[in-house]
Design a protein around this ligand. Sequence first.
Ligand SMILES: [Zn+2]
Length: 345
Amino acid sequence: MFAWGCGATSKGVWSGATGVVRRSVNAIGVDVGGTKIAAGVVSREGELLNEVMHPTVNVRELVLSTIAEATIAEVKRGYEVGGVCLVVPGFILARENRVLSAANLEAIEGIPLKEELGGRTGLEVTVENDANAAAWGEFRFGAGKHVEDLILVTLGTGVGGGVISHGVLLRGARGMGGELGHITVHPAGPRCGCGNRGCLEALASGTAIARRAEKVANERPESALGRLAAERAPLGEDVLDLARKGDEVSVKVLHETGIWLGIGLATFVNIFDPEVIAVGGGVSEAGDLVLDSARGELRLRSHSPSRDLVEIREATLGTKSGILGAAALARDEDEEYVLGVSATR
Ligand SMILES: [Zn+2]
């Protein structure tokens, strides 16, 4: 039984005839999304050496062949690769390397991916949740590079997240841990995509912003947001755009979003006492328009000194965090991380 996330790897070094030689083995990260499958060869230092992308076809055999024969085989050409990690949005049984459920990716659900893809590629293949991998990417190569305790919260169409505590990625008993977007922040709140009510995702995602914007626009038809809503349903990015132009109603929508986010962040601080909370995803582009009220709520609901010392900063890897984090989570046939646990720690 191996310990997940623990211990430095020795796989990068072996004794050759002329002494100790450092082997430069890379790993492949594959980001499987509902519309595209992107993969990259990543070096131990986190350099993206090669990248390919193919559209997703939500049919079992086509998903498997696109991942194995198109994406992995193509991106690997010419590189020495020690393992592959697939990241998928949804509920992932990481210890079984199986996707339990993934919206818009039903074709991949339930497949024993390690066996199916290992046989086709000749490589060790593992599977992780996309947000957990993104958190690991930020920890290894991005906003959390210099800390041991990091939380990543991604605010996009949904809300994802991952927790690194004392340098270990929190996965839980089945590998489903770290679903930060599905903690309840409002018991009677709006219905979430997961079926629950009042999840953080239902109140602080881009989708939640759009829903809130539509409601507020009806109440304030004379506002810039109200005038836009008379023509079409406002999107999250419309709200951000109008808020930047000074529309008070749009500013209020983002302020309220930040309050719900802050309630979630306070819970994370109280449980995990992180050094850094990195915030990523499209909504994070709103910056202080969301984060000011989030920080205020965090102060009200978490405790000193953790609340005073935690640093909330923007994630730095952007859309590449999934591929980079996945590669850094790829393991070899001995279950050791191909890229090592850390280059600096
Ligand atoms: Zn939920």
